[in-house]
Ligand binder design. Structure first.
Ligand code: NAD
Length: 329
């Protein structure tokens, strides 16, 4: 039985990953500064620890064979574009501590979760963007500090592999979404925010939703179940370079809103308002993903958003009821 550490196990992907690894028969330790918000963890051991502390990182990595490093201070565009110093500072410390602890503890394999946010801004200026290949990362010019930190930690993984022999794997996620992800409070990402806005409008009888910008900015979105399959395949593979993991179907944010409205059975007007939009267009080139893993994500955006919407509508319903009962109406 492989013993696995998942950092960020109280977060969206980490929580799902713990359950996935347990189903595969692994022993799993989860570490985070918070418990999962929406469901109990399946981890064999779940420890509240702050990985900015090197001693906490060392205690977390002790006795495990594999590490999936997901812990990060992160959120959607609104959060990432307004917390540069904190994100660069804290995430660098978390990742340097965790990789160092894994090396000191004799961990055999280490998977680092990087992001499509590492790709240079100058390659993402059009809505009809050319899908991004792994080698497009350089010359580097990520838009935000979040992307710079991811790029630096990618380099650290490569150097720890070459200098110290720890087998590192690097995945670049492209917009992962699904149930049990943050859906309100400021850190939510576009699919969850869209589901919340549509559910709130539907349940309160409002006729419109707000969209940041003109809604013509483009992205690709990947459902959580595909993400977990891809992660476990990459960890098991002998591929050592960074690899994209996402869907390669490009949609505008306006189209994303339409698919969510369809899932909700609601007809709503889109009101475009100023707001952070990130790069103008971003898509994943999955050529290497297919070559390396002999696999690619298969769950359609409609199916994934349908499942996510059902869960978020239920969260919104509960929150509206709680608000109504606390205000006595
Ligand atoms: P998330 O915010 O839900 O999970 C991250 C977890 O890290 C949180 O539970 C948080 O409490 C924890 N954390 C933060 N600071 C910590 C600290 N000092 N010590 C211990 N734990 C700490 O995010 P997620 O969507 O599950 O993302 C997981 C990883 O994947 C992150 O590294 C993120 O940057 C990366 N990623 C995610 C996406 C996506 O679309 N969700 C895209 C690209 C990259």
């Amino acid at each position: 039985m492989t013993k696995v550490l998942v950092t960020g196990a109280g977060g969206f992907i980490g929580h799902h990953l713990v359950s996935y690894l347990r189903k595969q028969g692994h022993w799993v330790r989860g570490v985070d500064i918070k418990h999962p918000e929406y469901a109990a963890t399946d981890a064999n051991e779940f420890v509240i620890r702050d990985l900015r502390d090197p001693a906490a990182a060392l205690a977390s990595a002790r006795g495990v064979d594999h590490v999936y490093a997901l812990a990060a201070d992160m959120g959607g565009m609104g959060y990432i574009s307004s917390n540069h110093a904190r994100i660069l500072h804290d995430n660098t410390i978390i990742n340097f501590n965790t990789l160092d602890a894994a090396h000191a503890s004799g961990v055999a394999r280490y998977l680092y979760t990087s992001s499509a946010c590492i790709y240079p801004e100058y390659k993402q200026t059009e809505t009809s963007v050319t899908p991004l290949k792994e080698e497009d990362a350089y010359p580097a010019q990520p838009q935000d500090a979040y992307g710079w930190e991811k790029l630096i930690t990618e380099r650290l993984c490569a150097h720890y592999r070459d200098d110290y022999g720890i087998e590192t794997r690097i995945v670049r996620f492209h917009n992962i979404f699904g149930p049990l992800g943050t859906w309100d409070g400021g850190r939510e990402k576009a699919p969850a925010a869209m589901c919340r806005k549509v559910a709130k409008a539907k349940l309160t009888g409002a006729r419109e939703i707000e969209i940041w910008g003109d809604g013509e900015q483009t992205r690709s979105f990947c459902y959580i179940d595909d993400c977990l399959d891809g992660l476990s395949r990459l960890m098991a593979s002998d591929y050592r370079e960074p690899l994209n993991l996402g869907q390669d179907r490009l949609v505008t944010i306006n189209q994303l809103a339409d698919i969510v409205c369809e899932a909700a059975g609601a007809t709503l007007v889109k009101r475009h308002v100023p707001g952070p939009q990130g790069v103008r267009g971003r898509n994943s080139d999955n050529t290497r993903l297919r070559q390396v893993l002999k696999w690619e994500p298969r769950i359609s955006l409609e199916e994934g958003l349908g499942r996510t919407y059902v869960w978020i509508e239920e969260q919104v319903r509960r929150s509206l009821l709680a608000h109504a009962s606390s205000s006595g109406s």
